[in-house]
Design a protein around this ligand. Structure first.
Ligand SMILES: Nc1ncnc2c1ncn2[C@@H]1O[C@H](COP(=O)(O)OP(=O)(O)OP(=O)(O)O)[C@@H](O)[C@H]1O
Ligand SMILES: [Mg+2]
Length: 142
């Protein structure tokens, strides 16, 4: 059995990567793990937290969990009943590479771009680093 892992930051590109990974896992009878690296919070969310004296670490954990839950829902809908969910913290690419090694994944699936705002980039910095450094096959979803 092959092991497939997909990385998501909750962006539309990453959602397509989750769907592609789930379809591939379903078609090949592979296991599916979903990983997100948390710690990114929008300026608007930060201002909201500051005005309410909210807890930043709690907000980051709940944002990461929301991304994982959303991806899990997509995978379940495509026939993967129980994908493994992983959440990490720190540098996105390094943490995803750690997950690929820990899961002994054969294939890593990522989106071409993510939540980054810089238009014009062909590949995001995370997908570029993963395509260059991952020990597994890397599938980049447009
Ligand atoms: N924090 C993250 N957790 C999990 N996967 C991620 C994360 N960030 C990016 N990815 C994966 O990498 C893909 C490409 O995102 P990337 O961050 O490289 O592009 P970007 O956000 O457009 O550019 P940049 O971050 O360099 O400004 C995403 O579709 C997703 O699959
Ligand atoms: Mg990004």
């Amino acid at each position: 059995m092959q092991r497939i892992i997909v990385a998501t930051d909750g962006s539309p590109d990453a959602n397509r990567a989750v769907d592609a990974a789930a379809r591939l896992a379903k078609a090949t009878g592979s296991s599916l793990s979903i990983v997100t690296v948390g710690g990114h919070i929008s300026g608007a969310e930060l201002r909201r937290l500051a005005s309410r004296d909210g807890d930043l670490s709690e907000a980051m954990v709940s944002a990461a969990n929301k991304i994982l839950k959303q991806a899990q829902k997509r995978a379940v809908r495509l026939g993967i009943a129980a994908p493994k969910l992983r959440c990490g913290w720190g540098d996105a690419a390094e943490t995803i590479l750690d997950a690929v090694r820990a899961e002994k994944a054969d294939i890593l699936v990522v989106g071409r771009r993510g939540r980054g705002r810089l238009t014009g980039l062909l590949l995001g910095s995370v997908s570029q680093k993963l395509a260059s450094l991952a020990p597994s096959i890397v599938m980049v979803v447009p």
